[in-house]
Design a protein around this ligand. Sequence first.
Ligand SMILES: [Zn+2]
Ligand SMILES: [Zn+2]
Length: 748
Amino acid sequence: MDKQSFKIIVKGVVQGIGFRPFIYKLAKNYNFNGFVKNTKNGVEILISDASINQLQLFCRDIKDLSPPGAIIRDIEYKQCENTNYSEFKIIKSEHSEGLTAIPPDLSICSDCIKDISEPDNKRYRYPFTNCTNCGPRYSIIKNIPYDRSKTTMAEFQMCESCLIEYEDVLDRRYHAQPVCCHVCGPQIMFNGQTGENAFKAAAAIINEGGFLNLKGLGGYQIICNAADDKAVKKLRKLKNRKNKPLALMVRDADTLRKHISIDSQKTIKILDTPSAPIVIENWGKLPVSAYINPTGEKIGIMKAYTPLHHILFSYLKTDFIVATSGNLVDEPICINEQEAYDKLSHFSKDFLIHNRPIHTRVDDSVITTAGNKEYMLRRARGYAPLPVILPEKTCLCIAGMGAHLKSSITLAKNDYAFTSQYIGDLDNSKTTDFYQEVYEKMKRLFGLKPEILLTDLHPDYFSSKFAQKICTEKIVTIQHHHAHLYSCMAEYGITDNVIGVIFDGTGLGSDGSIWGGEFFLLQKSLSRQFHLKNYLQPGLDSAAKHPVRMLTGYLHQMNLLNEHIDKITPLIRQNEINLIKKMTDRKLNSIPTSSAGRLFEAAGTLLTGETVNEYEGFTAILLENIIEDEQTSEYYPWDLKKDEIDFKNFFEGILHDFDKGLHPGVISKKFHNSVAMMITDICNKIRQQSGCTSVVLSGGVFQNIYLLEKSEKLLQKYGFNVYIHKNIPPNDGGISLGQVYKYILDNR
Ligand SMILES: [Zn+2]
Ligand SMILES: [Zn+2]
């Protein structure tokens, strides 16, 4: 067969993640000669002697076998003038002018697990073992270019034997910046003990029912035996978390596999990736305390993802531990010893620590599944700060500053949008400090200077005020729910012709009211087609904390309160009812809202009797949790008046079903089905006028998986192409990306 020379360009996130050594080894396998090098356009490969057939196989292997952390967008090849190379080489980089992605922290790989398990290996039971395919990255990188001297590993000088591995192109640790071993790397400590003794003593604390504060990869974790009812209950008390589910860590994926139903096997694959997120699923019966999630069947589990966790597990009697973020309520996760001693000592006086500093805090990521596919809820460790690659370029550097809750920041340039890790709710000074820290660090790490800042319409959000404060540049506001729509569009590269169904809690609308139950149409321009009917939200934000107030407000404004007062009085005091009536009658201290979040929370309160949101959306989550399996095709009707969808009949129907003694779980199912029917019906109306057949579902309410799957199925049945989130959360964690993408499309 004819041998020819080819030039291959690989585009995407392919630098700083061991991509060139990967190509080197692959080319060796194919007996190719030529070279590989980094350029500003990506990675360039020259092959001097291949058949077209071999070349195609080679390109397929690049795509299929590339190292974890690589995102390949495009592989182009073309034949070039015949060249003659006698070997395959890695050529030192030209100065790279392109944007370089910062790799995320990755879970320990199977080769490194082998290393720490074999007594003859030099890294036997070494808790900081890593290689090119795994280990700390984003959490330890201080500056670019990504090089050991610019990480928190700088203070550890490589020993001779590690250096040999580091410089050997055929070694798994070639150019692995954090490479280290017992001799030269960080060490573990526990109450004055080190090494195995530290692990033994720390494990004994957990085995005996106590709590351990553990310095992990992206921050501290509080750990206890997940099977120990007493410990779990005590932790709930200390954390002041009555109902919010606690995250678990399992010894490894195989152990989990033994315990679960066949249904969950697919989900285990997500848990067992290098990103190793917390995966929320109904796993079936697990040998853990019922207090892990007192109000639902789903539990969030991650695998042990560092060698440190693996070695700790080797001394534990349990396969499951609680591993919850080491922080005070609503504050960011602790990363240094002083912070941890100050804040976590009231959980436990026992600290398993180490001397590798954490530079950037990164919480554990949280994923669930929708229609058997990954569905991101909290994007952090293992994912951030990987970019979303956009279909349109921007020559300006722009920054999406996010919203207020579950905030994140996105910096974008060219066709890359780098979305930060989950930062948190910007309600206290610790979290706002963290927010500012992330902004500064991202600018430095990506070498970007934002020229335009995009903020929420709401001027009082910390993110909006922060932008005002630092801005010598231009600020552009983006409406909250527009940003939700565009965040999902960005994931799929959609640029036009789409219906956006955005169901959300709170976002300031362009008319000054609070939006959150929105139907948009993007067809050359963006318009608000329909929305849930505006009802007054009595007591403003307090109704989001106390859904019983919203419920009372709805029923009063719908003229249903008097008839059904017997169902309300057990939930709320009479003087509060009177106050809510007065506020809504006189339009005092209340604001019109079309929020779907408020609707779900109020329905949740009515059906479960829970009157307060212990955490965001709690009663809406309960509403989903109580759904009964029972078959019902019944639904409640709705009314359309001009562009307003009135859901008064939902409440009337629910109340009458209540009177008839129908099970709340069946009523909840009817309610969810009604909303899905209503969504489909309204989308049909928009399609009739516009011909538009694509629908995006986004906003915090679509964290409700029953509603999401039901709506998706129904829309598909009626011939719509439905787009739901994948790697970016449907909640406000996606806002910063949506802000950036909308600005780019608007200014094409
Ligand atoms: Zn490894
Ligand atoms: Zn070493």
